[in-house]
Design a protein around this ligand. Sequence first.
Ligand code: SAH
Length: 342
Amino acid sequence: MTDIKSMTLSELKDEITAMGEKSFKAGQIYSWLHKHGAVSFDEMTNISKEFRSKLEKNYDIYTCTIEKKLVSVYDNTVKYLFRLHDGELIESVVMKYKYGYTICVSSQVGCKMGCKFCASGIAGFIRNLTASEILSQIYTAQKDLGIRISHIVMMGVGEPLDNFDNVMRFLSLISDENGLNISMRNISLSTCGVVSGIYELMEKKLQLTLSISLHAPNDEIRNQTMPVNSKWNVDTLLKACRDYTKTTSRRISFEYAMISGVNDSDECARELGRRLKGMLCHVNLIPVNSVKERDYKKSSDNRIAEFIKILEKFGINVTVRRTLGSDINASCGQLRRGEGPK
Ligand code: SAH
């Protein structure tokens, strides 16, 4: 059976006309799926019963159902544990900011990247998510909360550039004016540094914000915390970033988890400053969040303030990410895939 929610409107038109139906019906179906978040063909009341049953025989509507929902008592951040059609479990988080609601979506069931400070890879990697499964996280959360989500960060479980084609398809569906029509400018995609994917993404010249999980100023530290660095080291990664900013004219956001005694010394700040100086970029410091299997400690507020001072001397724009949802393990690096059926 075909995954109908991963199809673009023009692909759907081709299929529908090949079935001997009028092409405008594709627009109606597309709108049910992507504007109204329909989870079954029965909801599509402006489509004849006969055609609906034909659709049902040929297509699947992949959805995700809410297995568990946690709400932070501090800031109303909501974390969902979603069950996919094959029983696998993933997490997504909805956060409220002044400018609207942001969802942090997962792109894979588990993760292969193995960053030492992150919970997402601890239970291993199972499979990629389809475009429809990434969309479903948004549609289901919107329906459940009765809200309109305006911003998306691809910072949940998984490495988006390791699931390149499905992620690109997701981006084109979510920004389609016939669907939720979320502007690329309201979307961030985060990568641990899959350089081949950065170059591929560059060619697409999208208006989204590229975030790079850098977390170390040099190979010595990065090799210890991020296995991906053995494939693409800091120089190679930063060269790709400079190429990216040149080609797209988009500012890159570097994420840097502040880990006490690991990457937070004055010397680390100076080295980072030297390497990023003059680049069209921004540094986002994240006091490292706790992951129960690991014993990394976050840097003190003073240490973070000193680190910022040094980076600013290099003319670098720095912010500290506000931690949301810490009481429900919904912060950066705390999301994980749940246990599937088996
Ligand atoms: N795989 C992609 C998408 C995940 S985004 C990537 O690595 O960028 C999640 C962000 O949280 C990444 O920047 C990741 O490095 C960061 N992170 C992981 N564990 C963390 C932790 N314990 N504390 C703070 N940030 C963490």
